[in-house]
Design a protein around this ligand. Structure first.
Ligand code: IPE
Length: 266
């Protein structure tokens, strides 16, 4: 059993799935990342993954995020959760084959939200499995909501919540760009990533991004930053890395210097 403060690793949906496809997992990337996680040999690691082309299209098709409005959506809720378990199964497959003692923890059966924000979280199993040295694996999921009936809980909200709850040392956010950019790198090829940001600078970037009419990519980034701000305020460092590139996850976890954006309170 280790006393090391936990590290939370988020694997974005755009890293582990092809967002343009339908239920399209990037199994080679998933396997490579599992190998890097094994090599990093971390004490107290928690993994959270996103939904990509599994959770998002299904949640959108049935309007799950906005809550229960008509009975026909119920099966859509089931389907959204179900496809997330399918993607989670592929991640677990890779982790177990790389001999990482890991346990899938299903957000929809231990978490409830109120108007989309986490209200109840029974962390009994999560904490016990960490004490035993297992790596808990959670994911963005369709969850029950006290006011809305149900909704979508993003992996990013979950990451920040877990980091605060578990008093994490750091959060490593794996995305498919080389960090947090001044402008959307997929639109503006000369855009550069920020190397280091403090809390005040992060808040300025957040205000700039959310004020602009943005594409999905930066829009997603603005939401990500908004979720991460409370964790940074609590002194937890955040590193945004390109998890689609070789060795970045390994080096991000072990604290080696790599390309990406480091966010720290001061
Ligand atoms: C989404 O999780 C989960 C569902 C749509 C059910 P995220 O919001 O964390 O997923 P990505 O990383 O953006 O794909």
């Amino acid at each position: 059993m280790s006393e090391a403060k936990p590290t939370i690793l988020k694997l974005g949906g755009s890293v582990i799935t092809d967002k343009d496809g339908e239920l399209a997992a990037k199994t080679e990337v998933i396997n490579r990342i599992a190998e890097e996680i094994k090599r990093a040999d971390m004490d107290n690691l928690v993994i959270v993954h996103g939904g990509g082309s599994f959770g998002h299209p299904t949640a959108q098709k049935y309007g799950i995020k906005d809550g229960l409005k008509e009975p026909s959506q119920k099966v859509g809720f089931s389907e959204t959760h179900h496809v997330m378990t399918v993607l989670n199964g592929l991640i677990m497959d890779a982790l177990v084959w790389h001999e990482i003692p890991s346990l899938s923890i299903t957000p929809s059966t231990c978490i409830m939200t109120e108007n989309g924000r986490i209200k109840y979280f029974d962390d009994t199993v999560l904490c016990s499995c960490m004490k035993m040295g297992f790596v808990p694996v959670l994911y963005g999921d369709a969850v029950l909501d006290e006011k809305l009936g149900f909704t979508v809980l993003s992996g990013d909200q979950l990451v920040a919540h877990l980091a605060l709850k578990l008093k994490a040392q750091k959060i490593v956010v794996g995305v498919d760009t080389d960090g947090l950019y001044e402008a959307d790198p997929k639109v503006n090829a000369s855009a550069k990533p920020y190397l280091r940001l403090n809390l005040e600078q992060l808040k300025r970037v957040q205000a700039k991004i959310s004020g602009a009419q943005t594409t999905d990519v930066t829009g997603g980034m603005a939401g990500k930053i908004a979720e991460l701000i409370p964790a940074v305020e609590a002194g937890i460092s955040v590193q945004i890395i390109n998890a689609t590139r070789n060795l970045r996850v390994l080096r991000g976890l072990t604290g080696e210097r790599i390309e990406g954006t480091i966010i720290e309170k001061a």
